[in-house]
Design a protein around this ligand. Structure first.
Ligand code: ANZ
Ligand code: ZN
Length: 815
């Protein structure tokens, strides 16, 4: 058996591909465009096996699209700003720039060894001024249009990373990066107004995305329709005449037995009576220390305290107590809630614990007036609801809302769970926010002509908690661009998700200097046709990028509505049934395998491991099995077809082989299109086995052999780019296999051969059935018995025997 030397092969073809420029992508290519993108990696230092797995799948699909006749843009770059670089700088004294660039260098080398079709001329690295200048430019465009603003805001603060975190970066109350408990703090922060696009972001109809991602985004945006309704507090003589609550269940308004304010609500202080002040103050203090997630947790005990004040329900004139409880959040709705314990689970627990009355206003079917054991949240009939008694609560929802609006006691409203995007980070290694604070003019944007605001290189990285920028005199002190007075520069940098919100637009013209992208190039490439990446980006990157594109569209810079037309998420690779992680010490470094068995085998192995969207489990036996297969193919491809018989000597055998070849092409095509690489590879394996058997039995002619080998090389080329190229060269194909059209199949030739079986009942012809030519005896009998006409003649009888005459007939004996 022949085996090949993958090192020679890889070296040879890497050079020839580069010399031949086969992966260079031209904007003005006449073929239709296809933009295939995989999420760019963070340059942490090493590509781990998850990267290899994900990027290989994207590369296979991109290569396939190219063979299908598209001008394919499949670029790669690096998401190069971020905290890790800075933490490494504090720890090891290496400048973040040095750390990042040397990591990129290593990862670029790893990526190249994998054999992907990236056009490196289009690489994007976000930490270079040529890139981040445009982050600043976008900031200014958003600012000018009211989509970027500064506000004092309670923020999630990680005491260990010493920075603000977006809500999305807080996982169950802990910092996503370092697992430290997140605290709360009020600070002046910059925001992007993503909430302006909340409704449009709910619309996923223009894209082909996995349902679960759409659902995650929908839940994250959290649109709720309800009513804001007032409860009267005029008896206290405050400026505020009413407490305004937001409810999605206005049908339950007659069941309100208390009102709850968020602990931070300004009215708490005004309403609390002196008798209750100490208790309320202590309660508010402890609530401030908790995170939103803790406060909303369903497991958490429902605590709260009475303020001593009351509010009047305008619908029934009842006076109900006003409490403070931490399960009500200041930032949602109006920060005040009407408590309806009979019909809300949280309120039920809260009322039971605090001895507050529970009044049923939506009667369950056949309710006998008895007490509830738990909140009743299903539909029912309005009771104890004055003039609305007796109607279904679905109708109550509308009629009570109408009544409230007619009386001027409130109005219908829509609430969103999503907040504006907080982009300020108190860190060095990011894009400086282009604003100065002038002694005279206040907040002043840096003019476009002064961009970029460069990150100073000579920063000091001390674990003080202050950003190195805030400590850098030369950076901080500026002059006002409007009036020339002394000014202080903004020292916050942008969230790195700003970089990734438009990087896909930069690949169209990565070296363009007069704007973030060349409008002509962008017109050619447009939106990403196929995007791939991890599901963990569902509510951050994928939502932010959509917002960016919509905002840019409205500002006249792009012409499409959505950045990513089709999205597929890869699965994860596990090792010994566990997710790989450095702390478990079970991280697979693919480099060693690439040097051992070659990139082709590693690629094939990963793509064969399981459905790409599900992932799989890494094991060494599997990889060796894959090496045996590629070597077997190599062995087949090296046989001298000249020793085989000439054409038309084995028509039946060749017809069968050709059928399998067309079926294999069909299967591989369909599977690659759906990212089901594993079953496509299995089909190629089977085809190569049958080909080997045909050789052994001598039942094949030379032209069928050559045709089979050529098609196998073409089909394998997206997965095994090096081996396929070498085989293609050996069989006399023109350079390069990667520039050949994808093989096509003929539906007639791919169709299973069928025969017609005659079906008899007790010797009389009753039916004819079409079955595969190679049907087994059992299957033939089963198919015959399934026939309706046979059933009609055996009804009421018992089938005694079924006789099969191969290829001819089935006789059913029934008495
Ligand atoms: C009375 C009521 C009765 C409610 C009932 C529900 C059931 P979604 O669907 O998430 O929008 N709520 C309103 N503002 C709140 C806040 N700031 N913090 C905590 N909870 C708040 O939830 C809306 C419901 O959540 C509102 O409807 C309100 O409780 C509560 F049988 O009002 B409901
Ligand atoms: Zn000024």
């Amino acid at each position: 058996r022949m085996s090949y030397d993958h090192r020679d092969m890889q070296a040879k073809w890497s050079d020839r591909w580069e010399d031949g420029g086969i992966y260079a992508v031209a904007d003005d290519d006449p073929r239709p465009k296809w933009y295939e993108l995989h999420m760019y990696p963070y340059p942490s230092g090493d590509l781990h096996v998850g990267h290899w797995f994900a990027m290989t799948g994207a590369d296979v699909h991109a290569r396939y699209m190219r063979m299908k006749g598209y001008n394919v843009l499949h670029p790669m770059g690096f998401d190069a700003f971020g905290l890790n670089a800075e933490n490494a700088a504090i720890k090891n004294g290496v400048h973040p720039h040095t750390w990042t660039m040397s990591n990129i260098e290593n990862m670029r080398r790893q990526l190249r060894s994998m054999g992907p079709m990236y056009d490196w001329e289009r690489e994007v690295v976000t930490c270079i001024p040529d890139y981040y200048k445009w982050n600043q430019w976008f900031f200014l465009q958003l600012y000018k249009n009211g989509l970027a603003y500064r506000a004092d805001a309670p923020v999630n603060w990680c005491p260990s990373c010493q920075t603000v975190l977006a809500n999305e970066q807080v996982i169950n109350g802990f910092c996503e990066r370092c697992d430290t408990a997140v605290a709360h703090k009020d600070m002046e922060q910059w925001f992007f107004k993503i909430t302006d696009y909340a409704d449009e972001l709910l619309d996923h109809s223009k894209m082909d995305w996995p349902d679960r991602i759409n659902t995650m985004q929908t839940n994250w945006i959290g649109r709720s329709k309800g009513v804001e309704v007032d409860f009267d507090i005029s008896e206290y003589g405050l400026d505020e005449q009413a407490i305004r609550t937001f409810t999605t269940r206005i049908d339950t308004v007659f069941g309100v037995t208390f009102i709850v304010l968020a602990p931070e609500h300004p009215l708490v202080d005004k309403l609390t009576t002196s008798e209750h002040r100490d208790e309320v103050t202590a309660y508010v203090e402890q609530a401030r220390l908790q995170t939103e997630i803790e406060r909303l947790s369903t497991e958490k005990e429902k605590t709260g305290v009475f303020t001593g004040a009351f509010a009047v329900n305008k619908l029934n004139g009842e006076r109900v107590p006003i409490l403070v409880a931490d399960y009500v959040l200041l930032s949602y709705g109006t920060g005040m809630v009407m408590g309806v314990p009979a019909h809300d689970e949280r309120d039920f627990i809260f009322a039971t614990k605090n001895g507050l009355p529970i009044r049923v206003v939506i009667a369950p079917p056949a309710w006998d007036g008895s007490k509830l054991d738990e909140a009743y949240i299903a539909p029912g009939t309005q009771v104890n609801s004055g003039q609305f008694d007796g109607i279904p609560n679905s109708e109550g929802l509308e009629r009570i809302a109408d009544f409230i609006e007619a009386n001027g006691w409130g109005e219908r409203s829509v609430n969103y769970r999503m907040r504006d995007w907080l982009i300020s980070r108190q860190r060095y290694w990011g894009t400086p926010i282009p604003v100065v604070y002038c002694e005279k003019c206040g907040e002043t944007p840096v003019p476009e002509s002064d961009l970029p605001v460069l990150l100073p290189e000579d920063a000091e990285f001390l674990p003080t908690g202050d950003s190195p920028l805030a400590l850098h005199e030369g950076f901080v002190n500026a002059t006002c661009p409007d009036c020339g007075s002394p000014a202080k520069r903004e020292t916050d940098t942008m969230d790195t998700f700003v970089d990734s919100s438009w990087y896909f637009l930069r690949y169209a013209s990565p070296k363009f200097e007069d704007g973030p992208f060349d409008p002509n190039a962008l017109e050619q490439w447009g939106a990403v046709d196929q995007y791939t990446g991890g599901v963990e980006h569902a509510v951050m990157h994928l939502l932010y990028a959509r917002f960016f594109v919509k905002a840019l569209r409205d500002l006249g810079y792009v012409e499409f509505d959505e950045p990513f037309v089709r999205l597929v998420n890869q699965g994860t690779i596990v090792f010994n049934h566990q997710k790989m992680s450095k702390s478990r010490g079970n991280v697979i470094a693919p480099d060693a395998y690439v040097s051992d068995v070659g990139a082709d085998v590693v690629r094939t192995y990963m793509m064969f491991m399981g459905p790409w969207e599900a992932g799989g489990e890494w094991n060494d036996d599997g990889i060796n099995g894959m090496a045996r297969w590629t070597n077997r193919v190599w062995d087949l491809a090296n046989r001298d077809a000249g020793v085989l018989d000439e054409s038309d000597t084995h028509p039946d055998a060749v017809r069968g082989l050709r059928r399998l070849m067309h079926q294999t092409i069909r299967k591989v095509t369909e599977d690659v299109e759906r990212f089901k690489f594993n079953t496509g590879i299995a089909a190629m394996m089977e085809f190569s086995n049958v080909l080997g058997q045909a050789w052994d039995s001598g039942a094949i002619d030379s032209s069928a052999w050559n045709e089979s080998i050529r098609n196998l090389a073409l089909m394998m080329s997206p997965v095994t780019p090096f081996l396929a190229e070498e085989i293609w060269e050996r069989v006399g194909g023109p350079f390069s296999v990667h520039q050949q059209p994808w093989p096509t199949w003929d539906p007639d030739l791919a169709a299973d051969e069928t025969i017609t079986l005659v079906v008899q009942v007790n010797g009389r012809l009753r039916d004819r059935i079409e079955v595969p030519a190679d049907i087994s005896e059992d299957d033939a009998k089963t198919r015959a018995l399934e026939s309706d006409r046979v059933a009609a003649h055996t009804e009421g009888k018992q089938v005694r025997r079924v006789i099969y005459v191969p290829g001819r007939l089935v006789n059913v004996v029934a008495t």
